[in-house]
Design a protein around this ligand. Structure first.
Ligand code: MG
Ligand code: MG
Length: 273
C-alpha cells in the first residue's frame, strides 16, 4: 500500500533528506586516496548524531555500518572496510538517516582523482538517467514509466541495468511501497498518487547486468567484475510533479562543481545551510 504524506510530513522528510545530502557533502571533502571506507563510516556516524539524528542503516536488517561504500565493481551494499581508497577508484556512498521519525536515503558515486574515461562516462550517464527517471515521476504515470525511461537511456549506451535491486517508497520506514525498478514497460505498475515519496536509484553496470553477492553477506558485485555506478535521490509527488527533497549541491560545493541539473525539480529555491 502506498502511504501518502501530508505537506507537513513532506517538509519533515525534506529535513531528513537534506541531512543525508549534508553528510554526503562532508564526505565529498574527506574522500581521497589513502583513506579507508571504514574511516568515512566513522565520520558519517558522528556527523549524523551531531545533527540530532540517527544513522538510518545502522542495525537495519542487521547492517553493521552507517554508510554503505561500494568501490569499483561493487554495485551497492558494500560494507566499509580497512581497504585503502586509491587514485582512479570510484566509490558509491549510500547514506541513510532517521530524523523526526522519517528516513532520508540517498547516494552518490565519487570519482577518486583521475578515473578511466569509460568509467567516467558510466557515472555521467547513470546520473543523467536518474533525472530522466525522476522526470517520469508525475501524475498520470505509473511505476514502470520511471524504470522504462532509465532502462532505455542507459541501455542505449550498452550498459547493464541491475534487476535484483530496486528503488522504493520512503517514509517512516526505509522501504515502503512501491518498489521502483530501474527497468520496465511503459504504462505498467501502480499509478502514482499525490504526496507519495520515493527513492529513485539507478544501479547501472558498465558490462553485464548480472550480479553476485560476496561472502560477507552484504556486498553486491558485478558478475564480470566491471565497474558499476549508483546515484539516488529522494523525491515527493507535489501538485502532480516531482519535487526533489535531497540535493547534490553540498557535494558540488565541496568539489567546486557548477550545476543546475536539479532546478527543474524544485518549486522553491534551495538555501544551503
Ligand atoms: Mg540508499
Ligand atoms: Mg534506497
Amino acid at each position: 500500500m502506498i502511504i501518502q504524506k501530508t505537506r507537513e510530513e513532506i517538509e519533515l522528510m525534506r529535513e531528513s533528506a537534506l541531512l543525508v545530502s549534508k553528510t554526503l557533502g562532508m564526505i565529498a571533502a574527506e574522500i581521497k586516496p589513502g583513506i579507508t571506507t571504514l574511516h568515512l563510516d566513522k565520520l558519517a556516524e558522528e556527523f549524523i548524531r551531531d545533527h540530532d539524528a540517527v544513522p538510518g542503516f545502522l542495525g537495519l536488517y542487521g547492517c553493521p555500518s552507517s554508510i554503505l561504500t561500494s568501490v569499483n565493481d561493487q554495485v551497492v551494499h558494500g560494507l566499509p572496510t580497512n581497504t585503502i581508497i586509491e587514485e582512479g577508484d570510484i566509490v558509491s556512498v549510500d547514506c541513510g538517516v532517521l530524523k523526526n521519525e522519517y528516513y532520508g536515503d540517498h547516494a552518490y558515486t565519487f570519482e577518486i582523482g583521475d578515473v578511466a574515461p569509460e568509467t567516467k562516462k558510466l557515472l555521467q550517464v547513470t546520473k543523467e538517467s536518474l533525472y530522466v527517471g525522476i522526470r517520469e515521476f508525475k501524475m498520470g504515470n505509473r511505476v514502470e514509466d520511471v524504470g522504462n525511461a532509465i532502462q532505455k537511456y542507459t541501455e542505449a549506451h550498452g550498459y547493464g541495468v541491475v534487476r535484483e535491486l530496486v528503488g522504493h517508497g520512503l517514509g517512516k520506514k526505509m522501504h515502503e511501497d512501491p518498489e521502483m525498478p530501474n527497468y520496465g514497460k511503459r504504462g505498467r505498475g501502480k499509478l502514482f498518487v499525490e504526496g507519495m515519496v520515493v527513492a529513485i536509484e539507478p544501479m547501472i553496470n558498465l558490462g553485464t547486468k548480472n550480479i553476485k553477492q560476496l561472502k560477507d553477506g552484504w556486498t553486491i558485485v558485478t558478475a564480470d567484475r566491471k565497474p558499476s555506478a549508483h546515484f539516488e535521490h529522494d523525491v515527493a509527488l507535489v501538485n502532480g510533479k516531482p519535487e526533489l527533497l535531497s540535493t547534490f549541491s553540498y557535494i558540488y560545493k565541496a568539489l567546486g562543481i557548477e550545476s543546475n541539473e536539479e532546478n527543474e525539480f524544485r518549486s522553491q529555491p534551495l538555501v544551503l545551510s
